[in-house]
Design a protein. Structure first.
Length: 366
């Protein structure tokens, strides 16, 4: 009797073990099937992307189609592509309601994405709890719970970004980033077309009043030369009274100030240094391979020459004639090390100048 019970128990154990092994085998086959399906889906999507890039249609139509394919095939809740056209950032494709577009087209100004743009790498952000919100959210609080941000560069020129958003926290923790990189590369391929070349040329343009290239030139073509040296000195300066000249006298007089200041520096700078119009009243100079001490002495002389200028103003907005104006500049200088983020260096100098007292006009080494 005891032997029979033992035999039954052994048979039951073997049966249970057999069922477990069978279930494991079935699970592996299902997993292989799912992986195969995912690969097939990815291959189909890649083919769709290649077909879209090569088809005869406008840049805007291709960008919208790529965005639509991603949303449909990968069940992405929200996807938005924003492109800089040389004057402003414009939403080129999005399935987000238009009332949120003002937020989506200003993400380049958000601190949370600054390092992503500077290093040309994706940025993944998410909330942990339902009551939280993503750092860039304003009135659309609650619409998205997670997001992946991809800066877009064409030939080293930053031209915009692509962002996908999810409705759940940690929604993209396990997403296939390989396919997302392919999507990004396809967007860039479209933007590199002849039709869009004029926009790219407009971004790296010569400023009308200073005759200088824009800052994108510094971060693109010029960087290849700058990085031939272990260290260089970066100088950012601001015409601190330009805004007042524009507002009190006239914008035309302000433009004359920009021209005159630029001419002083162009007449004295060696050709191997890079002098660009940074933004508004700010200008940047990179002294390739030169140490900070030498630049400080040079900029002392330039500051003295610039502030000696006496510019005859136009009549103001009320027809009133003003006395001559002289520009005042505030300067920030620091060292750039080869291979580090040049955009980060200029951003640090810009932050200092923007937070300085409005009347400050010194030479500041940071």
């Amino acid at each position: 009797m005891l032997v029979a019970v033992i035999i039954i128990i052994i048979l039951l154990v073997f049966t249970i073990v057999g069922l477990i092994l069978y279930n494991i085998s079935i699970h592996k086959k299902l997993e292989q099937f799912n992986n195969t399906n995912q690969k097939i889906t990815s291959l189909n999507v890649l083919q769709d992307f290649m077909d879209t890039v090569s088809e005869v249609s406008t840049v805007d139509q291709k960008i919208k189609k790529i965005n639509d394919i991603l949303i449909e095939r990968y069940d992405i809740k929200y996807s938005t592509i924003v492109i800089y056209n040389g004057a402003e950032y414009k939403v080129k494709a999005s399935n987000v309601e238009q009332k949120h577009w003002d937020t989506l087209r200003t993400l380049q100004n958000e601190p949370v994405f600054r390092d992503s743009i500077e290093t040309a790498t994706p940025k993944y952000i998410t909330i942990d709890n339902e009551g939280e919100k993503l750092p860039y959210q304003r009135m659309e609080f609650g619409r998205a719970k997670s997001a992946m941000f991809f800066p877009l560069y064409v030939d080293n020129i930053y031209i915009g970004y692509w962002i996908i958003e999810g409705s759940k926290p940690h929604e993209f923790d396990n997403i296939d980033t390989t396919i997302l990189e392919v999507v990004k590369n396809n967007i860039v391929s479209v933007l590199r077309t002849v039709e869009n070349q004029k926009i790219i040329e407009n971004i790296v343009r010569e400023d009308k009043f200073s005759g200088l290239k824009s800052v994108e030139y510094l971060f693109g073509t010029a960087r290849n030369v700058i990085d031939k040296y272990p260290t260089s000195t970066v100088c950012l300066f601001k015409i601190v009274n330009l805004q007042k000249i524009n507002e009190v006298i006239s914008r035309k007089t302000g433009n004359t100030v920009i021209t005159e200041v630029s001419e002083v520096l162009k007449d004295n700078l060696a050709e191997e240094y890079f002098f660009v119009r940074y933004m508004g009243p700010k200008f940047a100079i990179v002294f390739s391979g030169i140490d900070t001490a030498g630049v400080v002495n040079f900029m002392k002389d330039m500051k003295r020459e610039i502030e000696k200028l006496q510019i005859e103003p136009e009549e103001d907005y009320r027809g009133k004639k003003h006395r001559v104006v002289s520009p005042k500049i505030n300067i920030a200088i620091t060292t750039y090390y080869k291979g580090t983020a040049l955009e980060g260096v200029t951003a640090k100098l810009e932050e200092y100048l923007d937070n300085a007292e409005p009347t400050e006009n010194n030479i500041n080494c940071l």
